[in-house]
Design a protein around this ligand. Structure first.
Ligand SMILES: [Fe+2]
Ligand SMILES: [Fe+2]
Length: 276
């Protein structure tokens, strides 16, 4: 009798998507400039940001021996490459409304090329773990917050962001597990989180001002008030709600699956009609 090796399948699928944003209105978030640009701002980070994540994991892939993790790394690369591609398609909408997201994306490219030059593979993977924690916790907020997501007027944007939010939670532990598998320790993990936090918020603050200024909305105080309330309200601001899960990352022994989102993902997959 010949022995058969059962290779595990990945813990989550790679879904092929092909969005078109040609019909999307300029202020697709409740007709509001600040919040529409805040989401445009986040989108501009993804085309090169997610390729950086892919490269960081790819760089250590041959050191990983655990079969399940190897499969999950392949699926992670598939999901992030698809996110990168669809957020590049987002430029179709941006170009139509004279929003220069490509220029912002190129700034991210330059920044990440510089980061790649001055860091080790392990440091880059730790930075990826940190940024994956941002994307996973922001995505969890999106999945939870109907009060915010019902403000998305455009069906394609809605599908894009909710699809991306599901997948960020599905694959949130892959980089972390790879980091631990190559012997990554606590100090580098939290140091890279602290540095990534400063850079991340510095960049989105700068990009937000840039997008509002270019769109002649910098002094639209009503929109600022609306946006700042949505992001920073002490009770339920989108970013305020991220503070506790953010701090949890600094706990020794933290693991992304400590924040269990399986039931939430399942609910949303059914809602968007995904089979798996
Ligand atoms: Fe992603
Ligand atoms: Fe991700």
């Amino acid at each position: 009798m010949t022995a058969r090796t059962h290779l595990p399948s990945a813990s989550f699928p790679v879904r092929r998507m092909d969005f078109s944003f040609a019909q999307t209105e300029k202020y697709w978030w409740s007709g509001d400039p600040f919040m529409s640009h805040f989401m445009n701002n986040l989108s501009s980070l993804f085309p090169y940001g997610e390729m950086f994540f892919v490269n960081s994991v790819r760089a250590v892939r041959e050191k990983i021996t655990e079969p399940q993790l190897k499969k999950d790394i392949s699926a992670f690369i598939g999901q992030e490459a698809m996110h990168s591609k669809e957020h590049a398609t987002y430029n179709e909408y941006a170009a139509k409304h004279d929003i220069d997201l490509e220029r912002l994306e190129l700034r991210i490219k330059v920044l990440l090329e510089w980061v790649t030059k001055i860091t080790t593979k392990k440091q880059r993977l730790a930075a990826t773990c940190a940024l994956e924690h941002f994307t996973a916790t922001m995505a969890q907020q999106l999945l939870l917050r109907e009060d915010l997501t019902t403000q998305i007027d455009d069906p394609k944007m809605y599908q894009l962001w909710m699809w991306h939010a599901i997948e960020e939670n599905e694959h949130k532990a892959v980089c972390y597990d790879a980091y631990q598998a190559i012997g990554g320790g606590y100090f580098t993990r939290v140091a890279m989180m602290a540095i990534s936090t400063v850079i991340f918020f510095g960049v989105i603050g700068w990009f937000q001002l840039h997008l509002l200024r270019k769109d002649r909305q910098l002094f639209n105080w009503a929109s600022w008030r609306n946006g700042l309330r949505a992001l920073f309200s002490p009770r339920d601001g989108f970013l305020t709600k991220l503070i506790l899960p953010y701090l949890d990352y600094y706990r020794p022994g933290f693991h992304p699956f400590d924040h269990d989102t399986k039931a939430l993902e399942k609910r949303w997959k059914e809602r968007l009609g995904f089979s798996g």
